[in-house]
Write a protein that binds this ligand. Structure first.
Ligand code: BES
Ligand code: MN
Ligand code: ZN
Length: 476
């Protein structure tokens, strides 16, 4: 029994096979999978229900049903020993089927038995997945879907791996090997001396409590017809562990903060896909990477730091470190590379999780056009975004200390004041005709799911990766 077939099945359609299994009164729910053994020519067949009313569904709703059906079936097949090849009837939507299959196949573990872990950082040779996934008919859409999902899985792994394994240095090493052999890409790993030279003092203020060297990673991808075309810029928050610093977090669930580099992981993974797909854009991706720990030299509440753009910042709470590392990185990206659009992604505020949970990532932007582009991309990939207010009237909450800005704005609207703080570091955003479009995406709520979904296991999600890739693919 080494080959399995997966067939999404409309319970309304007549199928002797489906009918041969015991049925309830109601049509089976989406993803209900029935497994049949020894169907000629001697293979396992998994029929996965598309649920009631599939024929009436269109667009994004229909695509999501396909993802759920295929993902559930892959999970069901994964539980059966001995399956080596899985063939999928992807004809309903090859892209969505490929995405769901590869996301559902993924499961993270560092257990050493019953089989060695694929995620062991000391592996000499990569260990392949237990089974291969392929479509019954090959297509470009399927292949593209594979790139989307595998990139998302790269982000999931970076986030899931603990902070002793993914240090800032290890993060940059992993990124370099992931990009090996891909055309039109240059990678720069900057160190703390470089950041000092640039005057990135708010970034560096977060590094003072840890012995682990901080890094700033830059990936330059040139895919546009002209190398001089204004780029898109991605900036990602890369806190490889966030203890809160001197404003120490409570210990319950602190281990989740190994994923506080989720923004960096997402933008890097999206960049990987964009380069693999050779999309015709220029893209600059920048991730400041550091741990946030308490220590004898750590930044203290009340310290005032002068950022790279000259603005002074009072560090009222060292646990609001994301905006400090992003402030300099966003200013650097926008002033140095003059992008037409800058998107930053960050696990920035617990308040984002309170507001939207793990369904929607929050988007803060001054541009209706950019919001529309992100919304459409997010809906297409079911990597959904919700627009949040970016409003100067929240300003008094962060403008009232002895510095230009305070890094906390209190509990009310915590995600909105964080976004407004970042806006002060986007060069060119002010005035009636800003020279760039900017969006901030807060993925603090979507970074993790606490229950499995039809095509994700419980754990780190890699959310925003597919939304970002789709946004860039729609740019032409
Ligand atoms: N990394 C956290 C935000 C976070 C919390 C992400 C929970 C995912 C899940 C961030 O650095 C943080 O600690 N933010 C503070 C800001 C506050 C001190 C103004 C927060 O949200 O409590
Ligand atoms: Mn924090
Ligand atoms: Zn953080």
């Amino acid at each position: 029994m080494s080959t399995a077939r997966i067939i999404p099945h409309d319970p309304k359609a007549t199928s002797e096979l489906w009918a041969s299994a015991p049925t309830g009164e109601k049509p089976a729910k989406v993803g209900t999978t029935r497994i049949f053994y020894n169907i000629p020519p001697k293979q396992l067949t998994a029929l996965s229900s598309l649920g009631d009313g599939f024929e009436k569904k269109t667009g994004t709703a229909k695509r999501e049903v396909v993802r759920k059906a295929v993902g559930s079936a892959v999970k069901a097949v994964k539980a059966i020993d001995g399956v080596k090849d899985v063939k999928i009837d992807a004809s309903l939507d090859p892209h969505a089927a490929a995405v769901a299959a590869h996301l559902a196949q993924y499961s993270f573990t560092l257990k050493t038995s019953p089989t060695p872990s694929r995620f062991d950082p000391n592996l000499k040779e990569p260990i392949p997945e237990k089974f291969t996934l392929s479509p019954e008919q090959s297509s470009e859409e399927w292949d593209r879907g594979v790139v989307y999902a595998e990139s998302q899985n790269v982000a999931r792994t970076l986030m899931e791996l603990p902070a002793n394994i993914v240090t800032p240095t290890a993060f940059t090493e992993r990124v370099k090997s992931a990009f090996a052999g891909i055309d039109n890409v240059e990678i720069f790993v900057r160190d703390e001396a470089w950041a000092e030279e640039k005057g990135m003092r708010t970034f560096l203020s977060v590094t003072h409590g840890t012995a682990e060297p901080a890094k700033l990673l830059e990936i330059h991808y040139k895919g546009a017809p002209s190398k001089d075309d204004a780029p898109v810029a991605f900036v990602g928050k890369g806190i490889t562990f966030d203890s809160g610093g001197i404003s120490l977090k409570p210990s319950a669930a602190m281990k989740l903060m190994r994923g506080d580099m989720g923004g960096a992981a997402s933008v890097v993974a999206a960049t990987l896909a964009i380069a693999k797909l050779k999309l015709p854009v220029n893209l600059i991706t920048i991730t400041p990477l550091t741990e946030n720990l308490p220590g004898p030299s750590a930044t203290k509440p009340g310290d005032i730091i002068c950022a790279m753009n000259g603005k002074t910042v009072e560090v009222d709470n060292t646990d609001a470190e994301g905006r400090l590392v992003l402030a300099d990185a966003i200013y650097y990206a926008s002033s140095e590379y003059k992008p037409h659009t800058l998107i930053d992604v960050a696990t920035l505020t617990g308040a984002m999780d309170i507001a939207l949970g793990d369904l929607y990532s929050g988007v803060f932007t001054t541009s209706d056009k950019l919001w529309d582009q992100l919304r459409v991309a997010g809906e297409t990939e079911f990597d959904r975004f919700w627009r949040m207010p970016l409003d100067e009237d929240y300003g008094p909450q962060i403008y009232s200390s002895n510095a230009d800005l305070c890094n906390t704005g209190g509990r009310p609207a915590g995600s909105c004041t964080a976004a407004l703080f970042l806006k002060a570091f986007v060069e060119g955003i002010d005035g009636d005709e800003p020279s760039l479009k900017w969006a901030h995406i807060d993925i603090a709520g979507t970074m993790e799911v606490t229950r499995p979904t039809p095509y994700l296991e419980k754990g780190m999600t890699g959310r925003s990766v597919r939304g970002l890739i789709e946004y860039v693919r729609n740019l032409q």
